[in-house]
Design a protein around this ligand. Structure first.
Ligand code: ADP
Ligand code: ZN
Length: 722
């Protein structure tokens, strides 16, 4: 029995009722009951012992299962997936199970019951007028006691009497399925020749019911979504379920609209902000197969699909697929595993595929389909650099004259412009002009970010918040604190002054708190109620804004600092994605990148729209020293309440480091955030050649290391920054 707690494996229980693997049950644990899942059953049971593979348990030691829950058993493919994720991420399997059953299974709605007429004849029974009235109304469709009483004018006692006489019996009233069935033929578009070829390939894979991974690569606006919708349609026609993963829920509103247009019904949506009732309904509908298509965040991988026939990962390169807390797993990679265990094809979709996926294509492990042209004759946007060294903004401002003129022109033409800056708030640093003091988070090794609209300084890592002091806390100089650098609030302030007539809309997680707010913002843009959009990375997502023709990247260099080997790849992907919002319809788009490092390969790649050469260069940098994807990597994050304790544990781990060919340990070094939420962090990296798995090495390495007191070790397999 697997219980959703950090035990190393399943626990043993006595089953007073027949149970099979996958059944969900209530079991006693300590003083309380918890929901568990039957993982395997004993192969033999004698008078005193139960024998399971590898162990024998005396029956007298076992506590009995309390009850079997009224839900479908977890399918075998999901149980195998849970075991797989646990083994791969070195997580206790119960914690992975917890992700699959994180709904209140126990307070499942009781099915409501009604009365139906049985086929027993009335012969020999005294039929009073009241009984007659009930029998005339009752049919094979169940009616509740109160409905039946109201319709017949008889009392509930009369109804009970008829039931006792065998003329009525109770039956479950089935509620209308809250999930409509998508129609594969509803709004099928006319595909271009190139699109149709690719769609046909994907549909063939779906019909083969075999595991297979395809990278669907295509420039932004080439119709990737339309094309994989064809594969979704094929899967629906096969009578199987589909899972589509999106990196962020913010995207799902526009995606859902498109889905409805294509399939005439809503998909089931799954993410962590879903209300408890909706979660439960969706979970059950996925389990019993009434939900045919699920679109969700990575946690949707743990839904109990009855018969999964296709997994799609849209924007597969997005780092948002990586879960960085709790069970640290990469949604894209686990989606491939999920598909494999369900014997279903997987499609990874991107305009800027990750180096991991490209390496899998190159190694012949993934298939590759390419869409080369934007749909409907739309051209790719023209990307150019604004060299901030030769063309700087005025003192204290952040928008260069070139960019401002381009915005003027765009707005004058009745088109939309977008300013992109991947930084929330007003300013990333607040500094004392008198003594140089920097406002720092008391719990983390980061600066506090000013959010002027709310009058606060806040830490984006731990949430620490304080009001903006009027004097420097260090030297007490009056009014000496100044904001350094821009966040989008500050850019918005500048834009309001510079473009007083523009209708500005700000898109960031601060202004778009809910999916509904996001949907409303998208509507305003699509309907042309605004013409200058200012946003953080939320605007980079797969939006389709037909009137948008100019994108200005306020600080193209922003992601490049920090010494992360993956920074360049991530910056290219993000900026290419942002650029791809421009000129998606009839009017051509253009993109201006404000940069101080115009000669950087990232800028060259973006300006020449030559993503391939850039990725080849990236590959050549990583291949010789087997950085991912040419080798395997795990990060050990050691943390403790004091720097000394963190150092001591890190040293102990380093001392026990494995020594063998093809395996290398780097560090310990301060972790990228050396202090986070008051904990001091050190990092070690374990790097192996591709053929050597990191999990057995880590297990062996860490088996005798017992962190003391507050100290702890977190293992991150395939960390996304290194
Ligand atoms: P991508 O996902 O590659 O960025 P989309 O699938 O969003 O591209 O397509 C871009 C736009 O072109 C969307 O509005 C889409 O509906 C439209 N489109 C693409 N292909 C077709 C087609 N064959 N027929 C009609 N509209 C299409
Ligand atoms: Zn903090």
């Amino acid at each position: 029995m697997l219980v959703p707690l950090p035990f190393p494996g399943p626990l043993d229980y006595l089953a007073p009722m027949p149970l099979q693997p996958g059944d969900l049950v209530a079991v006693p644990l300590g003083k309380r009951d918890t929901v568990g899942c039957v993982w395997d059953t004993a192969s033999t049971v004698s008078a005193d012992f139960a024998t399971a593979p590898g162990r024998e348990v005396p029956l007298s030691r076992l506590r009995p299962v309390v009850e079997k829950l009224d839900v479908r058993p977890l399918p075998g493919s999901l149980r195998r997936f849970i075991d797989w994720v646990a083994a791969y991420t070195l997580t206790p399997p119960g914690l992975v199970l917890a992700m699959a059953t994180r709904i209140h299974l126990k307070d499942a709605p009781k099915p409501s019951l009604g009365w139906v007429r049985t086929d027993q004849p009335e012969d020999g029974l005294r039929v009073t007028p009241a009984r007659r009235a009930v029998l005339d109304v009752a049919s094979s469709t169940p009616m509740t006691t109160s409905d039946l009483a109201a319709a017949s004018g008889a009392s509930s006692a009369v109804i009970r009497g008829l039931a006792a006489a065998g003329l009525l019996r109770e039956a479950v009233i089935s509620v209308a399925a809250p999930f409509a069935t998508p129609d594969p033929g509803h709004g099928a578009p006319k595909l271009s020749e190139e699109q149709a070829d690719v769609a046909q390939q994907l549909c063939r894979l779906v019909k083969d019911h075999r595991f297979d991974v395809t990278l669907l690569e295509g420039v932004t606006g080439s119709g990737k979504t339309e094309v994989y919708f064809e594969a979704v349609a094929a899967c629906l026609a096969e009578g199987k379920q589909v899972l589509v993963l999106l990196p962020e829920i913010a995207l799902s509103a526009q995606w859902t609209d498109r889905f409805i247009r294509r399939f005439g019904a809503e998909p089931a949506v799954w993410h962590s902000d879903l209300g408890a009732k909706r979660r439960r309904e969706t979970w059950r509908a996925v389990a019993d197969g009434t939900a045919r298509v699920v679109v969700g965040a990575r946690s949707a991988l743990f839904l109990p699909f009855e018969d999964l026939g296709l997994v799609v990962v849209d924007e597969e390169h997005e780092s948002a697929f990586k879960q960085e807390e709790g069970v640290m797993y990469h949604g894209r990679d686990m989606a491939v595993v999920r598909a494999r265990l369900a014997h279903a094809p997987a499609i990874l979709v991107s305009a800027t595929p990750s180096l991991e996926t490209l390496a899998n294509v190159e190694g012949g492990r993934y298939r590759h389909e390419l869409l080369t042209a934007r749909h409907g004759g739309a051209t790719m946007p023209d990307v150019s650099l604004v060299d901030m060294r030769s063309d700087p903004p005025e003192r204290g401002l952040f928008l260069s004259p070139v960019l401002c003129n381009a915005i003027d022109e765009t707005l004058k033409n009745g088109e939309q412009a977008m300013l992109f800056l991947n930084r929330r708030g007003y300013a990333p640093l607040t500094l004392c002009r008198a003594c140089g003091h920097r406002m720092q988070c008391p719990n983390c090794s980061t600066w506090l970010v000013e959010h002027r609209a709310r009058g606060i300084l806040t830490c984006h890592h731990c949430g620490h918040t304080e009001s903006i002091p009027s004097d420097c806390p260090q030297c007490h100089a009056e009014h000496s604190l100044v904001p350094i650098g821009p966040g989008i609030e500050r850019i918005t302030e500048e834009a309001k002054l510079r473009f007083p007539d523009a209708k500005i809309l700000v898109m960031s997680s601060d202004t778009l708190g809910s999916p509904a707010a996001t949907a409303e913002a998208v509507r305003k843009i699509t309907d042309g109620e605004v013409n200058l959009i200012i946003g953080t990375q939320i605007v980079a997502k797969g939006w389709h804004f037909p009137k948008l023709t100019l994108v200005g990247v306020v600080d193209a260099d922003l992601g490049l600092g920090g010494g992360d080997l993956r920074a360049a790849e991530r910056t290219v992907q993000l900026l290419h994605q942002v650029a791809g919002r421009a000129g998606r319809a009839e009017r051509p788009g253009r993109v201006l990148l404000q940069s101080y490092v115009g000669e950087h390969p990232v800028m060259t790649a973006l300006v020449s729209n030559d993503f391939q050469t850039f990725m080849e260069q990236e590959a050549e940098q990583r291949r010789p020293s087997f950085w991912p994807p040419y080798g395997r990597l795990a990060a050990l994050i050691v943390s403790a309440a004091t720097a000394d304790a963190a150092d001591a544990l890190a040293k102990e781990i380093a001392f026990a480091a494995p020594e063998r060919e093809g395996v290398q340990v780097l560090g310990p070094a301060p972790a990228p955030l050396a202090v986070l939420r008051g904990r001091h962090r050190r990092r070690l990296l374990l790097r192996t050649m591709r053929g050597i798995a990191v999990q057995p090495i880590l297990r062996d390495w860490l088996k005798d290391i017992k962190p003391k007191g507050s100290a702890k070790i977190d293992v991150d397999i395939d960390p996304i920054s290194f």
